[in-house]
Ligand binder design. Structure first.
Ligand SMILES: N[C@@H](CCC(=O)N[C@@H](CS)C(=O)NCC(=O)O)C(=O)O
Length: 202
């Protein structure tokens, strides 16, 4: 008998939230297994992900680690319409481009700034904020004539970019100067079955 997909994650992690959000948008039942930081370095968890990071999913024995890899897997396996991960070469390249943004400037910019303010991690705040502002300027211009980051409809690239962009103010990076980004966030939030990441305790 098929078991529900297991998601090892954390409720305040944007990497984890993007996976949880996509599971909801695809209407896939799942079991959330809260995995606090110390547990991520235990032998049992390291067997799932030797990098010792959430999120990881276990889909009936198929173990996938890394949020963007999980999004790609879920779309390829469960989205029959193939809109979330398009097959067209140019569209697919645009999706990958923004998955790379999510793994690069989004992680090193706004997500890193939030690691400092929310989790008290030692980060180079000046550099993180500078990267965040540079990213959001480009993203805001990119979204001036577009509804979604990669294609005419939402893709895994939007989901990968959503969580840490919406949480940027928790890292002390205001989104007010970026009205196109704010409208794009609203479009994601209007998708059926959307649920936000809980706000971080102050
Ligand atoms: N590239 C990874 C990054 C995941 C990541 O940085 N996870 C953090 C939580 S947001 C983590 O588990 N860090 C290890 C720790 O806190 O011990 C992904 O996209 O999944």
């Amino acid at each position: 008998m098929n078991q529900q997909i297991r998601l090892y994650g954390g409720k305040l992690s944007g990497h984890s939230h993007r996976v949880e959000l996509f599971l909801r948008l695809l209407d896939l039942p799942f079991e959330f297994i809260a995995t606090p930081a110390p547990e991520r370095k235990t032998p049992v968890f390291l067997a799932l992900n030797p990098f010792g990071e959430i999120p990881v999913i276990d889909d009936n024995g198929v173990i996938i680690a890394d949020s963007n890899a999980i999004l790609v897997y879920l779309a390829a396996r469960y989205d029959e319409s193939r809109t979330w991960l398009p097959a067209d070469p140019v569209e697919l390249a645009q999706v990958q481009r923004w998955l790379s943004v999510a793994a690069g400037p989004l992680a090193f910019g706004p997500a890193s700034a939030r690691l400092g303010t929310v989790f008290g991690r030692s980060v180079d705040r000046e550099r993180s904020v500078e990267l965040a502002e540079r990213l959001f300027k480009v993203m805001n211009e990119h979204l001036a004539e577009r509804k979604f980051v990669a294609t005419a409809v939402p893709t895994v690239a939007d989901i990968a970019c959503y969580s840490y962009t919406s949480a940027a103010p928790e890292g002390g990076v205001s989104l007010e100067p970026y009205q196109n980004i704010l409208r794009w966030l609203e479009r994601i939030e209007a998708l059926p079955k959307f649920e936000p990441m809980p706000p971080a305790p102050r």
